[in-house]
Design a protein around this ligand. Structure first.
Ligand SMILES: NC(=O)c1ccc[n+]([C@@H]2O[C@H](COP(=O)([O-])OP(=O)(O)OC[C@H]3O[C@@H](n4cnc5c(N)ncnc54)[C@H](OP(=O)(O)O)[C@@H]3O)[C@@H](O)[C@H]2O)c1
Length: 274
């Protein structure tokens, strides 16, 4: 049996430790109180769970999404948990034009003056179909909502993230964002593109700013999207969204300062994508 001294650890070991550490991260209010965090997809599934968790830890939340009724439910849950009063920022990423992004950025600037965290959870599955038969309009919509809108929103909010002492951007990817799979079409292509966007932006911000940029594959989780992707699956066998939250919280809070350009798997389940 060999024992590895700490100074002999490989870069791979350290990355693994960091990922496992993120999965078991236990967030404290110190890491979140007064942090200003915008979550897209805060109306449903993982985004709603993440927004509730950040808000109940004391973060000042901007809840973005399309369905205002469901955003209000997230708002109510944060208030009920004793969190600061969130802001609701409705934004349909399929239809928004430049003025909508500018209005959102202006609203965050005038209410908070800065942004400490931006978590992209909004996303669309599209259809599961072979490339040869994939509906072109659906392809364009999925690529627009999942990639183009995430890029435009990030660009609009970068000046506010730059004013943070400790800004963090998190893109949500997938098990099919590093290895494609038959029939996952635009969804897989869009998640590959998000990994690329994450790496480019991380490289651009690495030395010149305090902004860090990372991606998270949440792993399979019990949400509306998962149910659409796997209609025959017993939902009770699928973990709840809370399972992925430690990794997201690690990256959005102050604990991950200095960690950038990395892809995280929030669960140790890589074979079964959404
Ligand atoms: N669940 C999983 O197993 C799994 C695994 C890997 C990755 N992911 C990723 O995790 C993220 C969250 O997905 P989820 O599983 O939580 O699914 P979900 O419950 O279906 O949530 C999707 C979210 O995206 C929002 N959205 C969709 N189209 C939009 C648009 N045009 N404008 C604004 N918002 C829009 C939805 O808003 P509305 O409520 O208004 O529709 C909703 O909040 C996605 O990026 C997904 O790809 C999920």
């Amino acid at each position: 049996m060999t024992h590895q001294q700490p100074d002999e650890r490989t870069q791979g070991d350290q990355k693994l430790d960091s990922e496992l550490g993120a999965r078991t991260y236990s967030a404290t209010p110190e890491a979140f109180i007064d942090r200003v965090i915008l979550v897209t997809g805060a109306s449903s599934g993982i985004g709603a769970a993440l927004a509730r968790a950040c808000g109940s830890l004391g973060a000042r939340m901007v809840l973005s999404g399309r369905n205002v009724g469901r955003l209000e439910a997230t708002y109510d849950a944060i208030i009920a948990a004793g969190g600061p009063r969130p802001s609701i920022a409705p934004l349909d990423l399929e239809r928004a034009d430049a003025s909508h992004y500018a209005v959102l950025a202006d609203a965050v600037r005038s209410e908070f003056g800065r942004l400490d965290g931006l978590a992209h959870l909004a996303g669309q599955l599209g259809e599961l179909a072979p490339v040869e038969h994939y509906d072109v309009v659906t392809w364009l919509r999925v690529m627009h909502v999942n990639v183009n809108a995430a890029f435009i929103l990030t660009q609009a909010l970068l000046p506010l993230l730059r004013t943070s002492q400790d800004g963090s951007i998190v893109f949500t990817t997938s098990g099919v964002s590093v290895r494609g799979r038959a029939y996952w079409g635009a969804y897989a292509a869009s998640k590959f593109a998000l990994e690329g966007l994450m790496q480019v932006l991380a490289d651009e911000t690495d030395t010149l700013t305090k902004i860090r940029v990372n991606s998270v594959n949440p792993g399979k989780l019990r949400t509306a999207m998962r149910a659409r992707a796997y209609p025959g699956e017993d939902a009770a066998s699928v973990p709840m969204p809370a399972t992925a939250l430690p990794t997201f919280l690690y990256l959005l809070g102050s604990a991950s300062a200095g960690v950038t350009g990395r892809r995280f798997d929030a669960q140790d389940v890589r074979s079964d994508a959404t």
